[in-house]
Design a protein around this ligand. Structure first.
Ligand code: ADP
Length: 262
């Protein structure tokens, strides 16, 4: 039997262990809740375009759609099928990123290779520039220096493209997007800044969550899946990078991703 004076530390150690156990159980419960919410959200997000495709196809098949409306319905089918394909591809990317975090496997997306962040950003800007100008009247400019890091080119492309797409999507007509690639204190750094609508302060902590949207209508109309920033966050984690978000409603948003020293 422990002498009386040894009981105090024993009791406090037990208390600490109890606290730790409760914390762990809460974390497990939170993870289970998140998985359930995610499944419910995925089901809903998939069902909506499927129902719309079925409805339009039925009207055409049964000859109910007037000939002049057939083209509109075909357009709807095409748009919703495209939306489904974006959703499925984002869900797959996220589940592979989850898998990598769960198993600690750093090669889920292949062996790390030397990647130039500037050329990844350059390719993304080239690909998105014309659409940004013609469809949204938004100009993109890129500046920086060649910055090498060890990582996965496809995942880094997803990260950069999602940030630039958001900077276009949530901009104002005539707005601007600035992309910088620079080493900061020896750490590779990517910054995407826009002159867009901004993110309200109370939403800033939530935008990296799956399917969280400040404005559901705008996100969907512009082709957003609601998974872009969740992919950005996990792709950053995959590369050991930190993310910083600065935003002011009506003025714009800046997201900075800082990679570890190479
Ligand atoms: P979505 O597919 O809806 O764009 P994201 O995960 O990429 O999904 O972003 C989540 C939400 O964060 C968006 O719906 C939007 O409300 C907000 N958001 C993201 N980027 C920006 C930005 N650059 N400016 C303003 N709001 C943004």
């Amino acid at each position: 039997v422990a002498p009386y004076e040894e009981l105090d530390p024993l009791v406090s150690r037990l208390n600490e262990q109890h606290k730790e156990l409760v914390q762990r159980m809460n974390a497990i419960q939170d993870a289970a809740d998140m998985r359930r919410d995610f499944t419910a959200n995925v089901t809903h997000e998939l069902k909506t375009p499927i129902a719309s495709i079925q409805g339009a196809a039925e009207l055409i098949r049964d000859g109910i759609a007037r000939p002049e409306d057939v083209k509109n319905f075909a357009g709807r089918i095409y748009r919703d099928a495209h939306r489904l394909s974006l959703l499925v591809s984002d869900i797959l990317t996220l589940s592979r990123l989850d898998e990598s975090e769960r198993s600690g496997d750093r090669e889920v997306f292949g062996v790390a290779e030397r990647v130039d962040l500037l050329s990844v950003a350059g390719d993304a800007v080239e690909r998105l520039r014309v659409r940004a100008r013609q469809k949204y009247d938004v100009t993109i400019s890129l500046s920086g220096v060649s910055t090498l890091l060890m990582g996965n080119a496809r995942l880094l492309d997803e990260l950069v493209s999602n940030l630039i797409e958001n900077a276009i999507r949530y901009n104002k007509p005539g707005g601007k997007v600035f992309v910088w690639v620079l080493p900061q204190g020896g750490r590779p750094c990517l910054r995407v800044s826009d002159t867009g609508i901004g993110i309200p302060e109370e939403a800033q902590g939530k935008v990296f969550e799956r399917f969280y949207r400040v404005d559901k209508g705008r996100s969907r109309d512009m082709g957003g899946t609601g998974l872009g920033l969740a992919i950005v966050k996990h792709a950053a984690t995959y590369h050991g990078a930190d993310i910083r978000l600065d935003s002011r409603v009506g003025e714009g948003t800046t997201i900075t991703v800082t990679f570890p020293k190479q």
